[in-house]
Design a protein around this ligand. Structure first.
Ligand SMILES: *[C@@H]1O[C@H](CO)[C@@H](O)[C@H](O)[C@H]1NC(C)=O
Ligand SMILES: *[C@@H]1O[C@H](CO)[C@@H](O)[C@H](O)[C@H]1NC(C)=O
Ligand SMILES: *[C@@H]1O[C@H](CO)[C@@H](O)[C@H](O)[C@H]1NC(C)=O
Ligand SMILES: *[C@@H]1O[C@H](CO)[C@@H](O)[C@H](O)[C@H]1NC(C)=O
Ligand SMILES: *[C@@H]1O[C@H](CO)[C@@H](O)[C@H](O)[C@H]1NC(C)=O
Ligand SMILES: *[C@@H]1O[C@H](CO)[C@@H](O)[C@H](O)[C@H]1NC(C)=O
Ligand SMILES: *[C@@H]1O[C@H](CO)[C@@H](O)[C@H](O)[C@H]1NC(C)=O
Length: 443
């Protein structure tokens, strides 16, 4: 059953972990008692996702010793992902469960289910004709104390995890249930994770295996839908043919960059033509010749272009992509291009670095053969989550504004002869590129 393989692979680890760790004291005593007494035998399917506690576990020294993913300190991690240094805690213990484990769930008898949210369009279980719950809220009253549990159901869909919104229903006091700040305010999606068993005081607790990657997604996890049938509708409307090789190149690019930038702990998202393809077709533009992604310029400013270039060259082959070009400088104009290792075509993966000038986001466009570069301007945006080819990616939440500025109000319509230099609507004046170190090729 479920927990077995987890237990076997990490048994050695847990023996060493946390025996006298600080983390023992960080779970408030009453919740620790709760886990100890009431969940002792029934923990196998529940995992802890309360951000406040995950942070404490991450910070605990004994945990870090055995943690391969803790490559940065907590504050560095928070800076990289634009997260608040502290997570709020309002006496709701948030735990997760995978939907396929729900039928094994046995809550302790002294826990009262206060309410359950299935959502009007909830996921339907055909075999017993009921909606599978998305969120379940429990309460335990004993003496003077009230203990609350918010159970979040994670559905495994394609190559991501989905959780439902809890706000569709009225019988819920949003102020009271602070945990909804993190889970259930809207539909959310996450990268899949494995569970890791850790030993806290005298109990075992399951947690997501890569705490910082899990937490890094909290504020960008709002799910923007794109109905897959939109692809055929768009292709038919404009009589455009699908191009399987482009789909394959794009898929490899997206997975390569996803792996590389997760390893380097950098946030990235769909940009320009790749964002357009998702918005118009929930797919990739069939006649495109590259893929476009954005990331924050702050990484380049802090790391510096020499070191960043070195890290990209070093780590990208592990993810089947390799560095092609470096354009511009970290302080105002950096951009990188990669290519796919296993394909001979001239397919490019462009990674634009997004600067904030106070009122606008900007990225740069380079024209090395003319010795020129220019800035592209965008409205500022926050990031949301989208699905492309079954994987989770990020995109600007206000993507329609972003696309209108770049491609004009008719961005829904195809422009086969698109040319960056001639066609971009948000291009600033051309500037002369400095001669030294402004363009590097790694081919
Ligand atoms: C659906 O219902 C069947 C029959 O009760 C049950 O065995 C199964 O676990 C349910 N699936 C989920 C995801 O709850
Ligand atoms: C259907 O399955 C769910 C979860 O597996 C269970 O909680 C529920 O009680 C079942 N409903 C019926 C009518 O059997
Ligand atoms: C845990 O689950 C078992 C069934 O697997 C049940 O008999 C037992 O009462 C549960 N424990 C508690 C504390 O509720
Ligand atoms: C509740 O109060 C009684 C009497 O004071 C005490 O014996 C018991 O341990 C308390 N239970 C909890 C869960 O604190
Ligand atoms: C919701 O909870 C808050 C905080 O506990 C409380 O002040 C407020 O009165 C509650 N609202 C309702 C409608 O119960
Ligand atoms: C690409 O080629 C390398 C080396 O030949 C191989 O290790 C890797 O698995 C290939 N990747 C893909 C996505 O085919
Ligand atoms: C940022 O860019 C916008 C758009 O071109 C421009 O209007 C604004 O003046 C710039 N702000 C600063 C501080 O340079």
């Amino acid at each position: 059953m479920f927990a077995h393989n987890v237990i076997i692979t990490i048994l050695i680890l847990i023996i060493n972990i946390l025996i006298q760790s600080k983390a023992i004291y960080v779970l408030q005593k009453q919740y620790l008692d709760l886990l100890r007494h009431d969940f002792k035998h029934n923990l196998s399917s529940l995992f802890l996702i309360e951000p406040y506690f995950l942070k404490q576990i991450f910070l605990s020294k004994n945990f870090q010793k055995f943690q391969t993913d803790a490559i940065y300190e907590w504050d560095e991690m928070m800076w990289r992902y634009n997260l608040p240094f502290d997570f709020k805690w309002n006496h709701w213990l948030t735990v997760g469960i995978f939907s396929d484990e729900l039928s094994n769930l046995m809550m302790p008898k002294n826990f009262i289910e206060i309410f359950k949210i299935t959502g009007n369009n909830g996921i339907y279980n055909k075999s017993n004709q009921t909606f599978i719950p998305h969120h379940i809220f429990y309460q335990k009253k004993s003496n003077e104390t009230v203990l609350n549990i918010h159970l979040v159901v994670f559905f495994r869909i394609e190559n991501f995890l989905w959780i439902g919104s809890a706000l569709k229903t009225n019988n819920i006091n949003h102020t009271q249930i602070m945990s909804l700040n993190y889970f259930g305010k809207y539909e959310q999606i996450f990268d899949p994770f494995k569970l890791k068993l850790i030993y806290l005081s005298d109990i075992f607790i399951l947690i997501p295996d890569d705490i910082s990657h899990f937490l890094s997604q909290l504020f960008t996890s709002r799910y923007l839908h794109c109905p897959p049938e939109r692809n055929d509708q768009w292709l038919n409307k404009y009589n455009i043919k699908e191009e399987p090789s482009v789909v394959e190149y794009f898929r490899c690019s997206m997975l390569g960059l996803k792996g590389l930038l997760r390893e380097m702990r950098m946030e990235f998202w769909l940009k320009a033509g790749s964002l357009l393809g998702w918005a118009r077709q929930c797919n990739v533009i069939p006649y495109t010749e590259d893929s476009d992604f954005g990331t924050w310029a702050k990484y380049a400013k802090k790391i510096g272009e020499t070191e960043l270039t070195k890290e990209f060259s070093e780590h990208s082959p592990k993810h089947s992509i390799e560095l092609l070009f470096q354009f511009g400088r970290a302080h105002n104009s950096i951009e990188y291009s990669f290519t796919l290792m296993n394909h001979s075509d001239n397919w490019k993966i462009d990674l634009f670095f997004v600067y904030h000038n106070g009122t606008h986001f900007t990225t740069s466009l380079h024209f090395p053969t003319r010795g020129q570069w220019a800035k592209l301007f965008y409205p500022p945006y926050e990031l949301c989550s989208v699905v492309l080819f079954g994987y989770k990616l990020l995109a600007p939440c206000n993507y329609e504004d972003v696309l209108s500025i770049e491609y004009g109000p008719n961005w829904h319509e195809p422009v086969i002869e698109w040319d960056w230099v001639e066609s971009s609507q948000n291009l600033g004046p051309w500037m002369v590129s400095p001669l030294r170190g402004f363009f590097k090729s790694f081919q």
